[in-house]
Ligand binder design. Structure first.
Ligand code: ARG
Length: 263
């Protein structure tokens, strides 16, 4: 690299770092985790590097995300080991999907069964920046009130703004399905494949662009960011796909693709 391009790179990097500190919030009401401390999260991007969903690694070759994040296998790529999307940190691993396995019962109008497995063409390398997350046991329930962490590169307010450049995280309690399904709230739209997390008064939540990302409780990914009404509104917590309901489907799917060689 010649001197001019080196200086240019340093300037661009400084600019990118500076613009992250402009004070805008990401994930609503959250904060920036220690860089690379959340290693299981991936950014799901278009092939021209536009982040549009989150996801998480459950093995070096498999990512879980939301079914509604399926924009077509040819248009997607997965970035592991990322923190700031706008800065090349040297820790990123970019991989392409080999197969997308959307849950066969996914329904885009009800958001029911909003889960998808992505088999990667080449496995990621697990290291100090990239790891996997454990899954809950089959049908394991998570007690109401358990504090869980959701992370992502999504919007910081329901009115949008732009996709933030660095990762944000927030901790939220699990809310009972009875409360989440009550008339003042989601009024019956919460199925047994969904769980809710948030505060009665709102203020902290996942938002657009966080979809597909993990809700981690007691070290296991119990939820996949799925949907909501606005973001961080009182009475309307975030809705997540209940991963424990899909544990068998996940295991069976991964097992059945075990002998598929990458081409
Ligand atoms: N569906 C959104 C996405 O595609 C995620 C919405 C989550 N909303 C919420 N209020 N928790 O990114």
């Amino acid at each position: 690299m010649d001197l001019l391009s080196f200086v240019l790179c340093v300037l661009l990097e400084a600019l990118a770092v500076y613009s992250q500190d402009a004070g805008e919030e990401r994930i609503v009401g959250g904060y920036a985790p220690v860089p690379h401390s959340i290693k299981y999260i991936v950014s799901v991007q278009t092939t021209n590097r536009q982040h549009f969903c989150g996801g998480f690694l459950v093995s070096p070759s498999w990512v879980i995300t939301a079914a509604h994040c399926n924009i077509g296998i040819e248009r997607m790529m997965i970035v592991a080991g990322d923190y700031s999307l706008s800065v090349y940190e040297g820790t990123e691993q970019e991989v392409f999907p080999q197969f997308l396995v959307t849950h066969p019962q996914y329904h885009y109008q009800t958001n029911n069964y909003d889960i998808m497995l992505i088999k990667l063409k080449t496995p990621v390398v697990l290291n100090n920046y990239v790891s996997i997350v454990l899954l809950p046991r089959d049908d394991a329930a998570i007690p109401v009130g358990t504090m869980c962490r959701v992370s992502g590169w999504g919007y910081t307010s329901p009115t949008g703004g732009s996709i933030p450049s660095s990762l944000r995280t927030v901790t939220l309690p699990i809310i009972s399905s009875a409360k989440c399904n009550s008339t003042g709230s989601f009024n019956g739209r919460i199925t047994e494949n969904m769980l809710c997390a948030g505060f009665d008064l709102g203020g902290k939540d996942a938002c657009q662009g966080d979809s597909g990302g993990p809700l981690v409780c007691d070290g296991r990914a119990y939820g996949v960011v799925s949907w909501g009404i606005g973001c961080a509104e009182a009475q309307f917590p975030g809705v997540y796909t209940t991963v424990s309901k899909f544990r068998r489907w996940i295991d069976n799917t991964i097992f059945s693709y075990y002998n598929c060689k990458s081409i």
